[in-house]
Design a protein around this ligand. Sequence first.
Ligand code: HSE
Length: 429
Amino acid sequence: MVKKVGVAILGLGVVGGGTYQTLVEHHDFYLKTQQVDISVEKVLDLNLERLKALGVPQECIAKNIEEVLADPNVDIVVETIGGIGVAKTFVTAALRAAKTVVTSNKELICKFSHELEKIAKHNHCGLYYEASCVGGVPIIRTLLDGVQANHIQSMMGIVNGTTNYILTKMTYEGADYAEVLKEAQKLGYAEANPTADVDGYDSMYKLSILSSMAFHTKIPYTKIFREGISTVNVKDIAYGREFGYTLKLLAIGKNSDKGIEVRVHPTFIPTNHPLASVNDSFNAVYMTGDAVDDVMLYGRGAGALPTASAVVSDVIYAATHSDIKYSTFKNNATAESNVKFVSDFASAYYIRLAVEDKAGVLAKVTGIFGKCGISIVQITQKNAESAEDERVPLVVITHKTTENAAKNAVSKINASGIGSVEAVIRVEQ
Ligand code: HSE
């Protein structure tokens, strides 16, 4: 029997517009394959031009949220507004009105899923957010269903398209960060205020959601170590490639006997690692489970139709399942008290120094690393960058050590008078 389901879309921007288009164009396909008759009953957006451009019929245009929620034909509310202002107010109101919510809003889910899930459970409705992480890549459904048989030991993801686009251009065209950022803004990848992407906040919100699901415990974003790409120098990308490494902004989550470590930072990975070939605005998540071993999901992490693909899949799931699947972890505001977090995590390091080119300097540098208990794998002196520059770059690759030991070595080198540390990049093998 065909089930009739009514949808309202709040916010008809890039993702909301793609969702509207997908639902309208694929209506008959879903009817045939899923036996659901999904109709867009209401849309809410202040920009009437946008509504006109998409051909939204006049009778579907709502004046306010009250009108949307009072419509008995609306079963599912799609929130594609973004942010945690009006979006949170509308989502809360929709759940209180017992409407199932589908959202693409990572900041909202990262910061408030505990509150929203409680309201959803109380009102017996669903809260789905596949589109909040990694756009069209079905990572949330994979974590909820596909890999449930496993203890997930680690996940490493390229979960932000803007920064991956910028790093790809810097890697293969030798372009400067500032230059590529401008180009990314022109192409519409990077926002006018690019902070959320380039400083790693976007990746941090996504890692908080994904690692909570992977490790079955709440990982608040405040527990995540975060460093963005705005200080990455194109020189280091080129030197790293000489050592066989490619630079990516990775979201890393690990769960071991020592505890849980979660971090977002520029990372060198071996150039033959599957994540190293994820380029441009593409995203991927590479994870390891104790039964399945390695799994990698790859695809478009942003864009109108790829993200709409995730939104509409949630709509179809909600429309075709009478039982509701919530998160598998105790969804509180804070982490559970018995969960240990590792802040002094272990990593190998790429460290670039600028030093005077004279006898005894190398011995002093290696002496400091030795005193800090850090073993060196490789050390290379490069040519001075200009004839006037009296200092030369010295690039050190270390064995695995700890974050604190590396920080200790960096401050000792800076205090020693033999040179300065110009770049520190973590290396994952
Ligand atoms: N701004 C994000 C990115 C897309 O660049 O990947 C939405 O999550």
